[in-house]
Design a protein around this ligand. Structure first.
Ligand SMILES: Nc1ncnc2c1ncn2[C@@H]1O[C@H](COP(=O)(O)OP(=O)(O)O)[C@@H](O)[C@H]1O
Ligand SMILES: [Mg+2]
Length: 394
Protein backbone atom coordinates (compact mmCIF):
# COMPACT_ATOMS: atom_id res chain seq x y z
CA UNK A 1 0.00 0.00 0.00
CA UNK A 2 1.37 3.36 -1.03
CA UNK A 3 1.17 5.79 1.87
CA UNK A 4 1.79 5.17 5.55
CA UNK A 5 -1.21 6.96 7.06
CA UNK A 6 -4.04 5.71 9.24
CA UNK A 7 -5.85 4.09 6.33
CA UNK A 8 -2.82 1.88 5.66
CA UNK A 9 -2.53 1.19 9.37
CA UNK A 10 -6.11 -0.04 9.59
CA UNK A 11 -5.77 -1.97 6.32
CA UNK A 12 -2.76 -3.73 7.84
CA UNK A 13 -4.93 -4.67 10.80
CA UNK A 14 -7.38 -6.35 8.40
CA UNK A 15 -4.55 -7.96 6.40
CA UNK A 16 -3.36 -9.82 9.50
CA UNK A 17 -6.66 -11.69 9.81
CA UNK A 18 -6.51 -12.67 6.14
CA UNK A 19 -3.04 -14.17 6.58
CA UNK A 20 -1.50 -11.40 4.48
CA UNK A 21 1.29 -8.96 5.20
CA UNK A 22 0.80 -5.41 4.07
CA UNK A 23 3.99 -3.77 2.91
CA UNK A 24 3.78 0.00 3.11
CA UNK A 25 5.62 2.73 1.30
CA UNK A 26 5.95 5.42 3.95
CA UNK A 27 7.75 8.74 3.93
CA UNK A 28 8.98 8.28 7.51
CA UNK A 29 9.35 5.43 9.99
CA UNK A 30 6.99 7.07 12.50
CA UNK A 31 3.99 7.28 10.17
CA UNK A 32 0.91 5.44 11.47
CA UNK A 33 1.26 2.35 9.24
CA UNK A 34 5.06 2.25 9.35
CA UNK A 35 4.81 1.88 13.15
CA UNK A 36 2.89 -1.40 12.80
CA UNK A 37 3.92 -3.10 9.55
CA UNK A 38 6.97 -5.39 9.62
CA UNK A 39 7.57 -4.60 5.95
CA UNK A 40 8.20 -0.89 5.43
CA UNK A 41 9.79 0.70 2.39
CA UNK A 42 10.85 4.27 3.09
CA UNK A 43 10.51 6.68 0.20
CA UNK A 44 8.36 9.22 -1.57
CA UNK A 45 5.18 8.29 -3.46
CA UNK A 46 6.35 10.57 -6.26
CA UNK A 47 9.60 8.62 -6.72
CA UNK A 48 9.30 5.87 -9.37
CA UNK A 49 12.24 3.97 -7.91
CA UNK A 50 10.64 3.92 -4.47
CA UNK A 51 7.36 2.74 -6.00
CA UNK A 52 9.24 -0.06 -7.80
CA UNK A 53 10.88 -1.14 -4.55
CA UNK A 54 7.50 -1.21 -2.82
CA UNK A 55 5.90 -3.20 -5.65
CA UNK A 56 8.66 -5.78 -6.07
CA UNK A 57 7.22 -9.24 -5.49
CA UNK A 58 3.85 -7.97 -4.22
CA UNK A 59 0.57 -9.53 -5.38
CA UNK A 60 -0.99 -6.11 -5.82
CA UNK A 61 -0.23 -2.45 -5.31
CA UNK A 62 -2.89 -0.24 -3.75
CA UNK A 63 -3.20 3.14 -2.04
CA UNK A 64 -3.92 4.97 1.18
CA UNK A 65 -4.18 8.27 -0.74
CA UNK A 66 -4.70 9.34 -4.34
CA UNK A 67 -1.57 11.34 -4.98
CA UNK A 68 0.70 8.95 -6.90
CA UNK A 69 1.33 10.36 -10.41
CA UNK A 70 -0.55 8.24 -12.94
CA UNK A 71 2.44 8.33 -15.32
CA UNK A 72 4.41 6.37 -12.70
CA UNK A 73 1.55 3.94 -12.27
CA UNK A 74 1.30 3.39 -16.01
CA UNK A 75 5.00 2.53 -16.02
CA UNK A 76 4.47 0.03 -13.22
CA UNK A 77 1.54 -1.55 -15.05
CA UNK A 78 3.72 -1.86 -18.17
CA UNK A 79 6.32 -3.58 -16.00
CA UNK A 80 3.74 -6.12 -14.87
CA UNK A 81 2.63 -4.71 -11.52
CA UNK A 82 -1.01 -5.32 -10.55
CA UNK A 83 -2.06 -1.75 -9.74
CA UNK A 84 -5.45 -1.70 -7.99
CA UNK A 85 -7.32 0.53 -8.65
CA UNK A 86 -5.69 0.92 -12.08
CA UNK A 87 -4.46 4.40 -13.09
CA UNK A 88 -7.26 4.97 -15.61
CA UNK A 89 -9.75 4.60 -12.74
CA UNK A 90 -7.66 6.40 -10.09
CA UNK A 91 -7.37 9.55 -12.19
CA UNK A 92 -11.04 10.28 -11.33
CA UNK A 93 -10.11 10.51 -7.66
CA UNK A 94 -7.04 12.65 -8.41
CA UNK A 95 -8.30 15.24 -10.80
CA UNK A 96 -11.62 16.91 -10.00
CA UNK A 97 -12.00 18.31 -13.51
CA UNK A 98 -11.45 14.93 -15.18
CA UNK A 99 -13.94 13.50 -12.66
CA UNK A 100 -16.59 16.17 -13.33
CA UNK A 101 -16.31 15.72 -17.11
CA UNK A 102 -16.50 11.94 -16.89
CA UNK A 103 -19.49 11.99 -14.56
CA UNK A 104 -21.21 14.45 -16.88
CA UNK A 105 -20.57 12.11 -19.83
CA UNK A 106 -21.98 9.20 -17.80
CA UNK A 107 -25.12 11.19 -17.00
CA UNK A 108 -24.46 11.09 -13.24
CA UNK A 109 -26.10 13.88 -11.20
CA UNK A 110 -23.50 16.59 -10.46
CA UNK A 111 -23.42 20.32 -9.63
CA UNK A 112 -22.94 22.73 -12.54
CA UNK A 113 -19.24 23.38 -13.01
CA UNK A 114 -16.73 25.10 -15.25
CA UNK A 115 -13.05 24.86 -16.10
CA UNK A 116 -11.07 28.08 -15.51
CA UNK A 117 -8.56 29.66 -17.86
CA UNK A 118 -8.70 33.24 -16.52
CA UNK A 119 -10.29 35.28 -13.76
CA UNK A 120 -12.97 36.50 -16.16
CA UNK A 121 -14.35 32.96 -16.32
CA UNK A 122 -15.64 33.58 -12.80
CA UNK A 123 -18.00 36.33 -14.01
CA UNK A 124 -19.20 34.23 -16.94
CA UNK A 125 -19.91 31.24 -14.69
CA UNK A 126 -21.53 33.28 -11.92
CA UNK A 127 -23.84 34.89 -14.48
CA UNK A 128 -24.72 31.47 -15.89
CA UNK A 129 -25.66 29.88 -12.56
CA UNK A 130 -27.04 33.03 -10.93
CA UNK A 131 -25.87 32.05 -7.45
CA UNK A 132 -22.86 31.62 -5.18
CA UNK A 133 -19.69 29.99 -6.48
CA UNK A 134 -17.27 27.45 -5.04
CA UNK A 135 -13.62 27.39 -6.15
CA UNK A 136 -11.71 24.12 -5.97
CA UNK A 137 -8.16 23.16 -6.71
CA UNK A 138 -8.27 20.41 -9.30
CA UNK A 139 -5.58 18.33 -7.63
CA UNK A 140 -4.11 17.69 -4.23
CA UNK A 141 -6.89 19.00 -1.95
CA UNK A 142 -8.15 17.12 1.11
CA UNK A 143 -10.05 17.89 4.30
CA UNK A 144 -11.39 21.06 2.68
CA UNK A 145 -7.94 22.44 1.85
CA UNK A 146 -8.25 23.71 -1.66
CA UNK A 147 -11.99 24.47 -1.42
CA UNK A 148 -13.19 28.08 -1.17
CA UNK A 149 -16.88 28.83 -0.60
CA UNK A 150 -16.83 32.35 -2.01
CA UNK A 151 -18.78 35.03 -0.09
CA UNK A 152 -19.43 37.04 -3.23
CA UNK A 153 -18.17 37.65 -6.74
CA UNK A 154 -15.23 39.80 -5.61
CA UNK A 155 -14.09 37.11 -3.17
CA UNK A 156 -14.41 34.46 -5.90
CA UNK A 157 -12.35 36.53 -8.32
CA UNK A 158 -9.73 37.18 -5.66
CA UNK A 159 -9.46 33.48 -4.78
CA UNK A 160 -9.14 32.43 -8.42
CA UNK A 161 -6.58 35.15 -9.12
CA UNK A 162 -4.52 33.97 -6.15
CA UNK A 163 -4.52 30.35 -7.27
CA UNK A 164 -3.75 31.18 -10.89
CA UNK A 165 -0.87 33.45 -9.83
CA UNK A 166 0.58 30.48 -7.93
CA UNK A 167 0.18 28.24 -10.98
CA UNK A 168 -2.55 26.17 -9.28
CA UNK A 169 -5.33 24.90 -11.55
CA UNK A 170 -8.88 25.36 -10.27
CA UNK A 171 -12.46 24.73 -11.30
CA UNK A 172 -15.72 26.44 -10.41
CA UNK A 173 -18.87 24.85 -9.08
CA UNK A 174 -22.26 26.13 -8.10
CA UNK A 175 -22.65 26.29 -4.34
CA UNK A 176 -25.18 23.55 -3.71
CA UNK A 177 -28.05 24.27 -1.31
CA UNK A 178 -28.09 21.09 0.70
CA UNK A 179 -29.73 19.53 3.70
CA UNK A 180 -26.70 17.43 4.49
CA UNK A 181 -23.90 15.33 3.02
CA UNK A 182 -24.07 11.61 2.37
CA UNK A 183 -21.62 8.96 1.31
CA UNK A 184 -22.28 5.85 -0.76
CA UNK A 185 -19.49 3.38 -0.05
CA UNK A 186 -19.09 0.39 -2.34
CA UNK A 187 -16.40 -2.06 -3.37
CA UNK A 188 -15.69 -3.74 -6.68
CA UNK A 189 -13.42 -6.69 -7.47
CA UNK A 190 -11.63 -7.37 -10.77
CA UNK A 191 -13.95 -10.35 -11.23
CA UNK A 192 -16.72 -7.76 -11.42
CA UNK A 193 -18.41 -8.38 -8.10
CA UNK A 194 -19.81 -5.33 -6.35
CA UNK A 195 -21.00 -4.73 -2.79
CA UNK A 196 -22.55 -1.66 -1.18
CA UNK A 197 -22.78 -0.71 2.50
CA UNK A 198 -25.78 1.24 3.73
CA UNK A 199 -25.61 4.91 2.67
CA UNK A 200 -24.39 7.12 5.54
CA UNK A 201 -24.64 10.76 6.57
CA UNK A 202 -21.34 12.61 6.98
CA UNK A 203 -20.99 15.77 9.05
CA UNK A 204 -18.25 18.22 8.05
CA UNK A 205 -16.81 21.02 10.17
CA UNK A 206 -14.47 23.45 8.39
CA UNK A 207 -14.34 21.00 5.49
CA UNK A 208 -13.24 18.09 7.72
CA UNK A 209 -15.40 15.06 8.37
CA UNK A 210 -16.15 14.98 12.10
CA UNK A 211 -19.02 12.52 12.38
CA UNK A 212 -20.69 9.73 10.42
CA UNK A 213 -24.15 8.29 11.08
CA UNK A 214 -24.84 4.88 9.57
CA UNK A 215 -27.28 4.54 7.98
CA UNK A 216 -28.25 8.13 7.07
CA UNK A 217 -31.22 8.92 9.36
CA UNK A 218 -34.57 9.32 7.66
CA UNK A 219 -33.23 8.74 4.16
CA UNK A 220 -36.13 7.55 2.00
CA UNK A 221 -35.59 3.96 0.85
CA UNK A 222 -35.75 4.89 -2.82
CA UNK A 223 -33.09 7.59 -2.44
CA UNK A 224 -30.82 5.18 -0.54
CA UNK A 225 -31.30 2.56 -3.26
CA UNK A 226 -30.58 5.16 -5.95
CA UNK A 227 -27.37 6.22 -4.21
CA UNK A 228 -26.18 2.62 -3.76
CA UNK A 229 -26.95 1.82 -7.40
CA UNK A 230 -25.11 4.96 -8.48
CA UNK A 231 -22.03 3.93 -6.45
CA UNK A 232 -22.04 0.44 -7.94
CA UNK A 233 -22.57 1.77 -11.45
CA UNK A 234 -19.72 4.27 -11.15
CA UNK A 235 -17.39 1.58 -9.74
CA UNK A 236 -18.19 -0.55 -12.75
CA UNK A 237 -18.03 2.19 -15.41
CA UNK A 238 -14.73 3.53 -14.10
CA UNK A 239 -13.22 0.08 -13.59
CA UNK A 240 -12.53 0.61 -9.89
CA UNK A 241 -10.80 -2.14 -7.94
CA UNK A 242 -11.19 -1.83 -4.19
CA UNK A 243 -13.33 0.52 -2.16
CA UNK A 244 -14.99 3.50 -3.84
CA UNK A 245 -16.49 6.29 -1.75
CA UNK A 246 -18.97 8.50 -3.56
CA UNK A 247 -19.40 11.72 -1.57
CA UNK A 248 -22.90 13.07 -2.15
CA UNK A 249 -24.94 16.19 -1.47
CA UNK A 250 -28.53 15.67 -0.29
CA UNK A 251 -29.99 18.82 -1.82
CA UNK A 252 -32.81 20.92 -0.39
CA UNK A 253 -35.06 19.79 -3.24
CA UNK A 254 -34.60 16.12 -2.42
CA UNK A 255 -32.11 15.18 -5.15
CA UNK A 256 -28.65 13.72 -4.72
CA UNK A 257 -25.57 15.13 -6.48
CA UNK A 258 -22.09 13.62 -6.61
CA UNK A 259 -19.46 15.76 -4.87
CA UNK A 260 -16.29 13.73 -5.30
CA UNK A 261 -14.84 10.22 -5.47
CA UNK A 262 -12.22 8.43 -3.38
CA UNK A 263 -10.79 5.04 -4.41
CA UNK A 264 -9.53 3.70 -1.11
CA UNK A 265 -10.90 3.14 2.36
CA UNK A 266 -12.58 6.40 3.37
CA UNK A 267 -13.41 8.26 6.58
CA UNK A 268 -17.11 7.70 5.86
CA UNK A 269 -16.49 3.94 6.19
CA UNK A 270 -14.73 3.86 9.56
CA UNK A 271 -18.01 2.87 11.22
CA UNK A 272 -17.79 -0.49 9.40
CA UNK A 273 -14.93 -1.61 11.66
CA UNK A 274 -17.41 -2.22 14.47
CA UNK A 275 -20.81 -1.67 12.87
CA UNK A 276 -20.81 -3.91 9.78
CA UNK A 277 -20.27 -7.59 9.09
CA UNK A 278 -17.30 -6.72 6.85
CA UNK A 279 -15.13 -3.67 7.45
CA UNK A 280 -14.10 -1.44 4.57
CA UNK A 281 -10.46 -2.34 5.20
CA UNK A 282 -11.06 -6.08 4.87
CA UNK A 283 -13.27 -5.43 1.84
CA UNK A 284 -10.63 -3.31 0.17
CA UNK A 285 -8.16 -6.17 0.53
CA UNK A 286 -10.68 -8.74 -0.66
CA UNK A 287 -11.34 -6.68 -3.76
CA UNK A 288 -7.69 -5.94 -4.47
CA UNK A 289 -6.83 -9.64 -4.06
CA UNK A 290 -9.86 -10.62 -6.17
CA UNK A 291 -11.42 -12.65 -3.38
CA UNK A 292 -15.20 -12.88 -3.16
CA UNK A 293 -16.51 -9.81 -1.33
CA UNK A 294 -17.87 -9.86 2.21
CA UNK A 295 -21.33 -9.24 3.61
CA UNK A 296 -21.89 -5.49 4.04
CA UNK A 297 -24.88 -5.74 6.39
CA UNK A 298 -24.98 -3.46 9.42
CA UNK A 299 -24.76 -5.16 12.82
CA UNK A 300 -26.98 -2.64 14.61
CA UNK A 301 -29.85 -0.31 13.68
CA UNK A 302 -27.46 2.68 13.90
CA UNK A 303 -23.71 3.13 14.37
CA UNK A 304 -22.17 6.55 14.94
CA UNK A 305 -18.50 7.35 14.30
CA UNK A 306 -16.88 10.38 15.90
CA UNK A 307 -13.50 11.56 14.66
CA UNK A 308 -10.94 12.51 17.29
CA UNK A 309 -9.41 15.77 16.07
CA UNK A 310 -6.44 17.28 17.87
CA UNK A 311 -7.54 20.07 20.26
CA UNK A 312 -6.39 23.69 19.91
CA UNK A 313 -4.47 23.13 23.16
CA UNK A 314 -3.15 19.62 23.73
CA UNK A 315 -4.46 18.57 27.17
CA UNK A 316 -2.10 18.03 30.08
CA UNK A 317 -3.58 14.60 30.69
CA UNK A 318 -1.80 11.88 28.67
CA UNK A 319 -3.71 10.04 25.93
CA UNK A 320 -3.19 6.85 27.90
CA UNK A 321 -5.01 8.32 30.86
CA UNK A 322 -7.78 9.71 28.66
CA UNK A 323 -8.33 6.28 27.14
CA UNK A 324 -8.38 4.76 30.62
CA UNK A 325 -11.12 7.18 31.79
CA UNK A 326 -13.16 6.74 28.61
CA UNK A 327 -13.14 2.99 29.01
CA UNK A 328 -14.18 3.34 32.61
CA UNK A 329 -17.14 5.52 31.78
CA UNK A 330 -18.20 4.14 28.39
CA UNK A 331 -17.29 0.47 28.16
CA UNK A 332 -19.08 0.04 24.81
CA UNK A 333 -17.10 2.82 23.04
CA UNK A 334 -14.78 1.32 20.43
CA UNK A 335 -11.55 3.32 20.26
CA UNK A 336 -9.26 3.46 17.22
CA UNK A 337 -6.10 5.54 17.60
CA UNK A 338 -3.67 6.19 14.78
CA UNK A 339 -0.38 6.66 16.62
CA UNK A 340 -0.13 10.28 15.47
CA UNK A 341 1.10 13.29 17.40
CA UNK A 342 -1.61 15.70 18.53
CA UNK A 343 -1.91 18.88 16.49
CA UNK A 344 -4.91 21.20 16.27
CA UNK A 345 -7.55 19.81 13.90
CA UNK A 346 -5.50 16.76 12.94
CA UNK A 347 -7.30 13.42 12.65
CA UNK A 348 -5.68 11.30 15.37
CA UNK A 349 -8.32 8.62 15.86
CA UNK A 350 -12.00 7.80 15.90
CA UNK A 351 -14.59 6.26 18.18
CA UNK A 352 -17.47 4.04 17.12
CA UNK A 353 -20.65 3.74 19.14
CA UNK A 354 -22.71 0.80 17.95
CA UNK A 355 -26.37 1.11 18.86
CA UNK A 356 -27.67 -1.71 21.00
CA UNK A 357 -30.89 -3.62 21.00
CA UNK A 358 -33.32 -4.56 18.29
CA UNK A 359 -35.76 -1.72 19.08
CA UNK A 360 -33.70 1.19 17.75
CA UNK A 361 -34.10 2.58 14.26
CA UNK A 362 -32.43 5.25 12.14
CA UNK A 363 -35.91 6.82 11.79
CA UNK A 364 -36.14 7.26 15.58
CA UNK A 365 -34.65 10.71 16.09
CA UNK A 366 -34.25 10.29 19.87
CA UNK A 367 -32.39 7.03 19.47
CA UNK A 368 -30.09 8.58 16.86
CA UNK A 369 -29.56 11.73 18.94
CA UNK A 370 -28.56 9.68 22.00
CA UNK A 371 -25.97 7.72 20.00
CA UNK A 372 -24.62 10.91 18.44
CA UNK A 373 -24.31 12.54 21.82
CA UNK A 374 -22.33 9.57 23.14
CA UNK A 375 -20.00 9.42 20.12
CA UNK A 376 -19.40 13.16 20.35
CA UNK A 377 -18.81 12.97 24.09
CA UNK A 378 -16.29 10.12 23.69
CA UNK A 379 -14.41 11.77 20.79
CA UNK A 380 -14.29 15.15 22.53
CA UNK A 381 -13.04 13.53 25.74
CA UNK A 382 -10.19 11.85 23.87
CA UNK A 383 -9.12 15.06 22.16
CA UNK A 384 -9.79 17.60 24.94
CA UNK A 385 -9.90 15.67 28.24
CA UNK A 386 -13.22 17.43 28.91
CA UNK A 387 -16.63 15.79 29.24
CA UNK A 388 -19.15 17.66 27.09
CA UNK A 389 -21.87 16.96 29.68
CA UNK A 390 -19.81 18.34 32.57
CA UNK A 391 -19.44 14.93 34.23
CA UNK A 392 -16.81 14.83 36.97
CA UNK A 393 -14.96 11.54 37.27
CA UNK A 394 -14.14 12.23 40.89
N1 LIG B 1 -20.37 22.75 -4.71
C1 LIG B 1 -20.41 22.79 -3.37
N2 LIG B 1 -21.45 23.39 -2.73
C2 LIG B 1 -21.48 23.45 -1.38
N3 LIG B 1 -20.54 22.95 -0.57
C3 LIG B 1 -19.48 22.34 -1.13
C4 LIG B 1 -19.36 22.23 -2.56
N4 LIG B 1 -18.22 21.56 -2.82
C5 LIG B 1 -17.65 21.28 -1.63
N5 LIG B 1 -18.39 21.74 -0.60
C6 LIG B 1 -18.08 21.57 0.83
O1 LIG B 1 -16.65 21.48 1.00
C7 LIG B 1 -16.29 20.17 1.49
C8 LIG B 1 -14.97 19.74 0.87
O2 LIG B 1 -15.10 19.69 -0.55
P1 LIG B 1 -14.52 18.47 -1.40
O3 LIG B 1 -14.68 18.75 -2.83
O4 LIG B 1 -15.10 17.20 -0.89
O5 LIG B 1 -12.96 18.60 -1.04
P2 LIG B 1 -11.94 17.68 -0.27
O6 LIG B 1 -11.15 17.04 -1.36
O7 LIG B 1 -11.15 18.63 0.56
O8 LIG B 1 -12.72 16.68 0.54
C9 LIG B 1 -17.46 19.29 1.14
O9 LIG B 1 -17.53 18.14 1.96
C10 LIG B 1 -18.63 20.26 1.35
O10 LIG B 1 -18.89 20.41 2.73
MG1 LIG C 1 -14.38 15.55 0.10
Amino acid sequence: MIGGGQLARMTHQAAIALGQTLRVLAAAADEPAAQVSPDVVLGAHTDLEALRRAAAGADALTFDHEHVPTAHLERLVAEGVNVAPPPQALIHAQDKLVMRRRLEALGAPIPRFSAVASVDDVDVFAARIGGPVVIKTIRGGYDGRGVVLARDLAHAREAVAGYLADGVEVLLEERVAMRRELSALVARSPFGQGAAWPVVQTVQRDGICVEVIAPAPGLPGEVAAEAEALGLRLADELGVVGVLAVELFDTTDGAILVNELAMRPHNSGHWTMDGARTSQFEQHLRAVLDYPLGDTAALAPVTVMGNVLGAAQTPQMSMDERVHHLMGRMPDAKVHLYGKGERPGRKIGHVNIVGGGGQGSSDDSEYVAALRERAQRAAHWLSHAEWTDGWDGH
